[in-house]
Write a protein that binds this ligand. Structure first.
Ligand SMILES: NCc1[nH]cc(CCC(=O)O)c1CC(=O)O
Length: 319
C-alpha cells in the first residue's frame, strides 16, 4: 500500500515537471510486516520506522516522505519538518469484505449474529459493536494485503495472552487502502459516514519535507490539493482540541459544498455504548476555527468523560 501511495506522488510530481528526476527509496517497513506492540510503543503505528525516514530527510538523503495522514499523530512535534502537500483525497470511507463463499444477504439477514468481524482499529471496532451488537469483533493485525490473505485462508489470530480467536468471516478496512492494493473488487459494502464515520485524515496521502528546503516545497506546492488541505486542517484541529492524549476512538470527517465546509466528528467508547457526535457547517476558508468549535462541542457534550474512562491502548489510536 505504501509503495502504491508513493508511486502516486511520483506520478504527480513528474506530471507537474516532466524534467524532474524522481527516485523512490524503500525503507524496510517493519511497521507493515510486524505490527507488534514493540513498535507501537515508540509513538504510534510504525513509529520507529517513521523516525528513520525523518532522520534521512534531515540528513539530506531524502527530500520528501510519504505518510498516510491518518497515521500522523495529531499532537506530535516534528521540528524542522512540514507537510508540504496533501494529495487529492481518495474515498475516506471504510468498507466490508467477506470471506469468499459468504454472501452479503446472509450477513444482512443475520445482522451480524454468528459472524466474526476482524478489524485493526479501535474506532472501527467501536462502530462495529454499535452496528452489529451480536457479532464478535476480533482484532486483526497486519498490512492490508496480509489481512485479506488471512481472511481468505481462514487463519486464526493469536492473542497477546497466547490464546487464539477466529477465523474471521469478514473484515472492515479503509476503501482507499483496498483500492491501493488492487482489492477493491472484494468490497461488498461501503459504510456511509452515518454508519461509520472515518478516521481523521483517512484517504489523504501527505508529503512531508524539510521546512527550509524551499526547492522541494516549491515542487510539492504544485501537487498540493487545496480541498484536501482544508479538510485535513479542520479534522486535525479536532484531534488537537481533544489533545491527542485521547485513547478513545475518535472519528472526524469534513466535506466541502457551496463554499462551505461541514465537519462531523465523534468520540466513542470501545464497547460502542457511549457515542457523542457533533456536526457544524462553517466558512470554507476557516477550517481550524470550525475544527476548534467542533472539538469544543464534543468536550461540552461529555467527550472528556468518555476519554478519561478509556483505558490506555497500545495500538493505533486514531485509525
Ligand atoms: N492504519 C493503516 C492505514 N493507514 C492508511 C490506510 C489506508 C487509508 C488511508 O488512505 O487513510 C491504512 C489501512 C487501513 O486503515 O485499513
Amino acid at each position: 500500500m505504501a509503495l502504491a501511495q508513493t508511486e502516486g506522488i511520483a506520478q504527480l510530481l513528474r506530471a507537474a515537471d516532466p524534467a524532474l528526476y524522481v527516485e523512490i527509496v524503500k525503507f524496510e517497513t517493519r511497521g507493515d510486516q510486524d505490527q507488534t506492540s514493540k513498535l507501537l510503543r515508540h509513538g504510534g503505528k510504525g513509529g520507529a520506522f517513521v523516525a528513520e525516514i525523518r532522520e534521512a530527510m534531515r540528513g539530506g538523503e531524502l527530500q520528501a516522505a510519504m505518510h498516510s495522514l491518518k497515521d500522523v499523530p495529531g499532537n506530535e512535534e516534528t521540528p524542522g519538518l512540514i507537510i508540504a502537500a496533501t494529495l487529492p483525497r481518495d474515498p475516506a470511507n471504510d468498507a466490508l469484505v467477506l470471506r469468499p463463499g459468504l454472501s452479503l444477504d446472509a450477513f444482512r439477514a443475520s445482522k451480524g449474529k454468528g459472524f466474526k468481524i476482524g478489524t485493526n482499529a479501535v474506532r472501527r471496532a467501536a462502530y462495529l459493536r454499535r452496528l452489529f451488537p451480536e457479532a464478535t469483533v476480533i482484532h486483526f493485525r497486519g498490512a492490508a494485503d496480509t489481512r485479506v490473505a488471512k481472511l481468505d485462508r481462514g487463519d486464526k489470530q493469536r492473542l497477546p495472552d497466547g490464546g487464539e480467536v477466529g477465523p474471521a468471516d469478514a473484515l472492515v478496512m479503509a476503501r482507499s487502502g483496498l483500492e491501493r492494493i488492487g482489492m477493491a473488487s472484494r468490497i461488498v459494502h461501503d459504510f456511509s459516514a452515518r454508519e461509520m464515520l472515518p478516521a481523521v485524515g483517512q484517504g489523504i496521502v501527505a508529503v512531508e519535507c524539510v521546512e527550509k528546503d524551499w526547492v522541494t516545497r516549491g515542487r510539492l506546492a504544485k501537487i498540493e490539493d487545496a480541498s484536501s488541505r482544508l479538510c485535513a486542517e479542520a479534522e486535525r484541529e479536532v484531534l488537537w482540541v481533544l489533545n491527542g492524549h485521547c485513547n478513545s476512538p475518535i472519528a472526524g470527517h469534513a466535506t466541502l459544498a457551496n463554499n462551505e465546509m461541514t465537519l462531523t466528528a465523534a468520540v466513542l467508547d470501545e464497547a460502542g455504548d457511549r457515542f457523542i457526535e457533533v456536526s457544524r457547517t462553517g466558512a470554507v476558508d476557516r477550517p481550524r476555527e470550525l475544527g476548534r468549535a467542533v472539538g469544543l462541542d464534543l468536550l461540552d457534550k461529555g467527550a472528556a468523560e468518555i476519554i478519561a474512562r478509556t483505558r490506555p491502548q497500545e495500538d493505533s489510536l486514531l485509525s
